[in-house]
Design a protein around this ligand. Structure first.
Ligand code: CA
Length: 231
């Protein structure tokens, strides 16, 4: 089913390359590898892959530079593959237009899920109007949310935040991206107001806010909502 999906992997570490290539090959993806940033940019232009997996730490160009140059002309989904403790770099990459990231070492299922979500978002013209996962259902048209059949009462800001996350279910959204989308382009880079609202939403939809089932915190980066089971 994935036979024609072509993924460009820009990664200089041989062991990582062979691991990812084998993993994704088994899932039926066609993989091309670039061992440097410049080679990655040139293959992105000549091959027009469906998705790019981009390492941030490359021998020639910084991965962020590769992304910046790529975004001048291409909307191809990009997933950053980074090592731990690079929160700042991840946030920069997401703000520069990366679609998501995975942190090494990652579970095979995690990488496959990120790829599926990024491909789905890039292909869909109109996002699904119903979000459904476990006991939560959000009708994005009617602006109504139900938990276990009970209507959830949300303030306007809470609803806007929840629907933004639901429309991007499965992908990470950075604090700044959320602040700008809800409070406008000149929103102060003040996470406090966002945190307070997110805590309120969690109290309303999570059975145990300390062990969320729907809204996950990506430490130092932003939030990610559980994937939409409605497709
Ligand atoms: Ca590297």
């Amino acid at each position: 089913m994935n036979a024609k999906i072509h993924i460009l992997l820009v990664e200089d570490e041989k062991s990582s390359c062979s691991y990812i290539t084998a993993l994704l090959g088994k899932s039926g993806y066609h993989i091309t590898t670039a061992m440097s940033g410049r080679e990655g940019l040139s293959l992105a232009a000549s091959l027009c892959p469906d998705l790019i997996l981009l390492d941030l730490d490359l021998p020639d160009l910084d991965g962020l530079k590769v992304l910046e140059q790529l975004r001048v002309w291409s909307h191809v989904p990009v997933i950053i593959v980074s090592v731990c403790n690079e929160e700042q770099e991840k946030v920069k990459a997401l703000d520069l237009g990366a679609d998501d990231y995975v942190t090494k070492p990652f579970y095979p299922d995690e990488l496959r899920a990120r790829i599926r979500t990024a491909l789905r978002h890039s292909r869909r013209n109109a996002p699904s109007q119903i979000y459904r996962a476990l006991n939560l259902e959000i009708d994005l048209d009617k602006r109504i949310a139900h938990l276990g059949g009970q209507r959830i009462h949300l303030t306007q800001i809470e609803y806007q935040l929840l629907s933004l996350l639901a429309e991007n279910a499965g992908r990470v959204l950075t604090y700044n991206a959320m602040l700008r989308r809800i409070w406008g382009p000149y929103a102060e880079e003040n996470n406090q107001i966002l945190r307070v609202n997110m805590a309120n939403i969690r109290r309303k939809i999570e059975k145990n806010p300390a062990q969320p089932q729907y809204l996950f915190t990506e430490v130092g980066v932003g939030y990610r909502m559980r994937e939409n089971e409605n497709g």
